[in-house]
Design a protein around this ligand. Sequence first.
Ligand code: SAH
Length: 500
Amino acid sequence: MSGKVVLIGAGPGEAGLLTVKALEFLRQADVIVYDRLVDPVLLQERKQDCDLIYVGKEPSHHPIPQAEIEQILVNQAKLNKKLVIRLKSGDPYVFGRGGEEGEALYAAGIPFEVVPGVTSAIGGLAYAGIPVTHRDFASSFHVITGHLKEGSDPLDWTSLARLEGTLIFLMGMTQLPSICTNLIQHGRRPDTAAAVVEWASRSRQRTVTGDLTTICGKVAEEKIGAPGLIVVGDVVKLRDKLNFFERAPLFRKHILLPRARAGRSELAAKITALGGEVTLYPGIRIEKLHDPAQMNAIMASLPEYEEILFTSAEAVSLFIEALLDYGKDNRTLSGIRLTAIGKQTKEKLREYGLAADSLIARRSVEIIRQACAGNWQQGTKVLLAGSAKHTAQLAEELGGDAEFAALPLYREALEAERPFDLNRYDIVCFSSSASVDHLLSVLSREEQALLRSKKLLSIGPMTSRTIREKGLDVYREAEAALPDSLIELLLEEAGEVMPT
Ligand code: SAH
């Protein structure tokens, strides 16, 4: 039996503009076939064993022919893959060749469905403060391709120039001069407002405005390039009032956030909410460990433990999953003290209806020892649930009177990444010593030298020490060793004050 293909629109750029339905599919996908304009952050939502196939073209590389992409979709679905996602930028049916892919799937007898997305033609312009219609300025809008199929008729400029509504050109950046000239020659007022938006809805978004006679010069001056949206019409004038995105405090700040662990990053979410573009690098993937004999032995002996120490939120999910697979549930945990390391771990327990008995702020042997000293007597049995590395390390280093058993549930592995360009970032935010080690372990010697020219922000004294040990300079250190304190530094760098 063949699988199913879902054509999904990823939205114009910002990850949050994905639909709820699309996100659900991404989390279930067995294969994701994706394009260049899709933000790789979205791919982090995939499950652990999901295959990724990149079919976008990098500048200076040949694109993968459309027929080949269609063949990949058909083959992947036939390979008995249950769910193949074709992730495209914007909306899959707006110049995305989604229709052709749907036809190819239909011809091959493969079931498919479509999840529409926010098209850049509307949503991207909204992020530049331009509404595509407005009662006072435009009662229709028209989305036009600037890139026609070879051999097809050229655009009907007489009709286009006569339209009263907003004109939006996609894939038109190389044609911009000819678009402006043609519209004027065919009767559109030369002083009609126009704008070009590059990388709409991303933190690198740039917008230039003018009219049909000036826009080309301004685009050339600012070196605005693809991907770009060209918009012609008086709605552009509303941008002065409606330009919410480019006014966000961290807008146009490109921040590199090296990490040492997988899972959600609170800091990254806060930076994005303030309009910044953040890259988590290197990406880290959770690889579930599966040792049925060990798991069964631990599950059978659970009632003997007095305490379970969870070292991460991922450990909680994998532990509960294993408990259910073993045919038990939360009731088995009654009477066992549950300790969470980190706020997110505590929250994850809560999601499963479990209240942590204690919360330990950080995974430091000293802090854990102090926090647990009162509970750990001679012979107290404590189960350490977490990553292979952390459980082994804690079992060895905690010492004292209690007896520790390590339950390694997963290991953290480096993601195979798309090409990474350190030049893009102005600021590197180190949120732990391990994040420093981690980044340096993947950078080439040249990249390590390049790191010296960046503003390196540190979350606290321990992290700063590690940065200096690597021969690098700390640009600024956060006052309190907390994510919010780092955010405060970022806002100060951007010349903003902390929002209250
Ligand atoms: N299906 C997509 C369009 C694909 S065609 C959609 O609905 O948005 C690719 C063209 O879309 C690009 O050449 C560019 O003109 C435009 N585009 C897509 N995303 C963009 C973005 N974030 N910023 C500016 N233009 C974008």
